[in-house]
Design a protein around this ligand. Structure first.
Ligand SMILES: [Mg+2]
Length: 372
């Protein structure tokens, strides 16, 4: 069987790589190199299928197979989410066969963790995810008063009478008198299961007086609709690939709907904060995580870092990497398909058949440039 990445043996250092007792200082090692991997379409295809190339690459980079004298830092950046980072990390570690540390996974909502510090002691409406999974994400970020739409419906079913709470939902709602609760923000953390309900509740809050349901902002007038509640989205993907062959609508489509309704009611642009790929906040946060990881493994965390983003989506992975000054590797194992000679909407540094070939090229490239 051809295992192309094993030519890394010759590429990275020399034939002695992997032998016990090798000192990194005696061989060229790409010290400035780091990788950021998208998950879906790069490491995995569909919900459960981990690509064998991905396993081999992560074993190599993490140093767990002994072929590198020290690990090459990497992290995973996904626009997915909806479960606490720790849970997702445990699942991915198991699936991918490498132990991921807390600095090696950025879900769409992970950068929000530090942004929402200011809302720690304030009520926040959490949108998206199954059941109360995103409430648990919010709690894991230190938010003390995260409420979900089902809590609001349980308080006043007439606020949205198109759907009734299921018995399961009734079991986890927090019974509260929301006539006295002043929401500071609405935080969309994942795809929502009930767009009508959630758009209505978000618009209610944006037009409310001090974030209280059932109120209107004082002096409310359609040309002056700026509300008291901040609106935050974790992911801007309009479409995404599930196991269904045709792309499905994602959180970006949900945001577009709210923007259009808001505009038609007020004539104004919706004020919101956006996280996720390809936005700067997510790449800044990821670079910070890579440096924290280097510190964690006792490596220089302040030096120059040459990050290579490996992704399958030109619109998110590649656009974001290019904007952030990272190198970018577009793979053919996901949404991007150039069988028909199609050019990517955002030009990567290189197009590669898969993650293994891409990583091999990047290591070679760093050595070629003398970055060791
Ligand atoms: Mg992808």
């Amino acid at each position: 069987m051809l295992r192309s990445a094993w030519s890394i043996r010759q590429l990275v250092v020399n034939r002695t790589i992997g032998q016990r007792g090798l000192h990194a200082t005696t061989t060229p090692f790409p010290n400035k190199l780091a990788f950021a991997f998208d998950i879906d379409g790069v490491l995995k295809q569909g919900h459960h299928n981990v690509l064998p190339q991905a396993k081999r690459v992560l074993e190599l980079l993490s140093g767990s197979d002994g072929r590198l004298p020290k690990p090459i830092p990497f992290l995973l950046i996904t626009n997915g989410g909806g479960v606490p980072d720790e849970e997702r990390r445990a699942i991915l570690s198991e699936e991918l066969g490498v132990e991921l540390t807390e600095n090696q996974l950025v879900q769409s909502h992970t950068p929000i963790k530090e942004y929402v510090e200011k809302y720690k002691n304030k009520p926040v409406l959490i949108i998206g995810g199954k059941g109360e999974s995103c409430r648990r994400v919010a709690e894991s970020y230190g938010l003390k008063y995260p409420y979900i739409p089902q809590d609001i419906i349980a308080w006043k079913p007439s606020i949205w009478d198109r759907t009734e709470l299921t018995n399961e939902e009734k079991s986890f709602v927090k019974t509260t008198d929301f006539s006295k609760i002043s929401f500071a923000a609405a935080l969309v953390m994942h795809d929502t299961h009930d767009w009508g309900r959630d758009i209505t509740l978000i618009l209610d809050l944006l037009s409310s007086n001090k974030g209280i349901f059932g109120t209107r902002k004082k002096g409310y007038d359609k040309s002056n609709f700026k509300g008291d509640v901040e609106l935050i989205f974790s992911n801007a993907d309009v479409e995404w690939r599930s196991d269904w062959p045709i792309p499905r609508l994602g959180q970006g489509a949900f945001r577009l709907s709210i923007e259009n309704i808001y505009k038609s009611i007020t004539g104004l642009n919706l004020p919101f904060i956006q996280f996720g790929k390809p936005f700067k906040s997510t790449y800044d946060f990821s670079e910070l995580m890579l440096r924290r990881y280097l510190k964690q493994v006792n490596r220089n965390s302040n030096g120059e870092l040459n990050v290579y983003m490996v992704g399958d989506n030109p619109l998110s992975d590649i656009d974001g990497a290019n904007r952030h000054g990272w190198s970018s590797i577009l793979v053919r194992t996901g949404v991007f398909n150039d069988n028909n000679g199609e050019l990517p909407s955002h030009k990567p540094t290189i197009i590669s058949d898969d993650v293994e070939k891409g990583v091999e090229w990047a290591i070679q490239e760093e050595i070629r440039k003398g970055n060791y």
